[in-house]
Ligand binder design. Structure first.
Ligand SMILES: Nc1ncnc2c1ncn2[C@@H]1O[C@H](COP(=O)(O)OP(=O)(O)O)[C@@H](O)[C@H]1O
Ligand SMILES: [Mg+2]
Length: 230
């Protein structure tokens, strides 16, 4: 066990590696797959530690120049436009506007005439791009992913609660995303989700676009000996 100072009062969110217990095998495996550029699915019931594991695995790469890890939770999205805005916001927030790549990112988003809102509580910005035509709805996400893919850095996106895409009114969302993702050279994905039935539908159904496109990783409950300390 890595944890030295377990704090029993922490009940939500990932804090730091010291508070994270067990999961050594899973962390190692997920890190390896991430470094190899493998696309991964991670699904298990709620509260089993999927989101925590992603943050834990991303943590050492926070300031890395070689690999950029971007986490996005899409539970609150309801269509492909809000999905695109979530990704755009995460990308925008990841790159400081003062560095050269950050400047390029700002230029990229300017093309989409973004409206920037600031969260009242946290002050963090969120982008709302101008996406009007059907073509823009389908292409903007591809433009963003393609742009990042060509910047000479490895990019890993973790998309949490990915099953949400099944609720979008656009029935071709899976096909659109799969098409863009397939073309990327330096970008990989961790698709995570708590609704196992929906996640299985997306990734394990032979008729659907994401079938057999990722390595499945399952998560078992944390060993009881650790839960006693917690
Ligand atoms: N390995 C771990 N060590 C300590 N706390 C953990 C660990 N994994 C998850 N947790 C905590 O358990 C709770 C549920 O984990 P979470 O990652 O949100 O689950 P999921 O994403 O599967 O619903 C959170 O409060 C999280 O901080
Ligand atoms: Mg979660």
């Amino acid at each position: 066990m890595k944890s030295k100072t377990l704090n029993p009062f922490i009940s939500s969110g990932y804090v730091a590696p010291n508070y994270f217990c067990d999961r050594e095998e899973e962390s190692k495996l997920l890190t390896e797959m991430m470094l190899n550029g493998t696309n991964v699915t991670l699904f298990a019931v709620r509260r089993l530690g999927k989101t925590g594991l992603i943050h834990h695995v991303f943590f050492p790469f926070q300031n890395s120049k070689e690999i950029v890890c971007i986490y996005v939770d899409i539970l609150s999205t309801e269509n492909i436009t809000s999905f695109t805005n979530k990704i755009a916001t995460a990308v925008y927030n990841k790159f400081p506007p003062q560095n050269s790549l950050g400047k390029k990112i700002v230029e990229l988003f300017k093309r989409f005439r973004p409206v920037i809102n600031y969260d009242e509580l946290t002050g963090s910005p969120s982008l709302s791009l101008t996406i009007e035509t059907q073509a823009q709805k389908e292409q903007t996400i591809g433009n963003i992913l393609n742009f990042l893919d060509k910047q000479g850095v490895k990019v890993v996106f973790a998309i949490d609660e990915f099953q949400q895409i099944l609720t979008y009114p656009e029935s071709n969302t899976e096909a659109i995303l799969r098409t863009y993702i397939q073309q990327l050279q330096n970008t990989s994905f961790i698709f995570c989700g708590s609704n196992q039935k929906m996640m299985h539908e997306i990734f394990n159904s032979a008729k659907r676009p994401f079938f057999a496109s990722c390595t499945n990783m399952s998560l078992d409950p944390i060993d009881e000996k650790y839960t006693k300390i917690l």
